[in-house]
Design a protein around this ligand. Structure first.
Ligand code: ADP
Ligand code: MG
Length: 291
């Protein structure tokens, strides 16, 4: 069952008014979508595909939620999209560049424009929030210079402070990361991603380990950054309410295949829940329980 009732939304660069062809090629004189995924497949063991024939694209400035039960393939797909794992089939284009055609340094250059946020924030616990944010600059500064707030150049420290201000944590800049709450830690991780000056944010279940209030705060923060700065966002979530509230578009995965791709305004939790119930009766009940 494939319900691509509005997959075309993936091909409409915001603000350009133009639409690109379904193969991901840009419209005449138009803008490449930030991400174009064509026919991606992945298996970790022979005969057991985790992803099959995945096709979608994400225009600049769009916020897309990838939903699906546990084991549906969401994290694997995010990783394949950035070639953190090489797909077995298909192709991925990021910012108009084919990832398989890149050298290792070309790939690093493209990924440096993507800010990653994961379920576990992976902060360095004994360092301050400010030092952790500075680490977001490591891809564009000589090794060592951006590691500690005390040795980082003034302009980087100022920029890191600005990133902390944007996530509402300027007052906690000098606090050790392991003295922050879960929600504050995840906001520092978002600030660290912003320090990369990304065009694109990729977040794998960024709210999953947070309490509902902190989870809403973090998702609201993503949504406001995306809208204000025109960033592109691709996030996975178990929480249907987060997908519907914070994404322009929802893509549902089931057993490694896209089973629905729709603007979030054109669906609701009941429709998404029923899709899961029908498509995979054994689906993780956590998903169905999120609303
Ligand atoms: N590195 C890996 N090696 C082997 N199997 C993996 C690996 N990563 C993921 N898988 C398997 O792929 C399937 C999809 O996993 P994942 O992408 O993490 O799903 P989701 O994020 O939707 O929960 C699962 O069955 C998982 O066990
Ligand atoms: Mg996952």
């Amino acid at each position: 069952m494939v319900l691509h009732d509005a997959q075309v939304v993936g091909f409409m660069p915001q603000g350009s008014g133009a639409s690109a062809a379904p193969d991901g090629s840009p419209p005449p004189g138009g803008v490449w979508p930030d991400l174009v995924v064509r026919g991606v497949g992945k298996a970790f063991s022979p005969g057991a595909p985790v992803l099959a024939d995945i096709c979608f694209s994400v225009p600049a400035g769009q916020s897309v939620a990838l939903i699906g039960s546990n084991g549906a393939g969401k994290s694997t797909l995010l990783r394949c999209c950035m070639h953190l794992i090489a797909p077995d089939q298909g192709s991925v284009q990021l910012f108009g560049q084919s990832l398989q055609a890149q050298t290792a340094s070309g790939l690093r250059g493209l990924r440096a424009q993507v800010g990653f946020v994961f379920q576990k924030h992976n902060l360095v616990p004994r360092l301050s929030a400010l030092s952790n944010v500075l680490h977001g600059a490591l891809t564009r500064t000589p090794p060592g210079r951006a590691w500690f707030q005390g040795t980082a150049p003034r302009h980087l420290r100022d920029e890191a402070m600005h990133c902390l201000e944007r996530v509402g944590l300027a007052d906690h800049a000098l606090k050790r990361a392991d003295h922050l709450s879960g929600g504050q830690s995840q906001r520092v991780a978002v600030a660290r991603a912003l320090m990369q000056r990304p065009r694109f944010l990729v977040a794998d279940e960024p709210a999953a380990s947070l309490d509902p209030v902190s989870g809403d705060e973090v998702m609201g923060l993503f949504a406001s950054l995306v809208k204000r700065d025109g960033l592109t966002l691709l996030f996975t979530s178990h929480d249907l309410s987060h997908a519907l509230r914070y994404a322009d578009r929802v893509i549902a995965l089931n057993r490694g295949r896209i089973v629905k791709d729709t603007p979030s305004a054109r669906t609701d939790a009941t429709a998404l829940r029923s899709l899961y119930d029908i498509a995979n009766p054994a689906a993780d009940t956590r998903l169905a329980a999120t609303l």
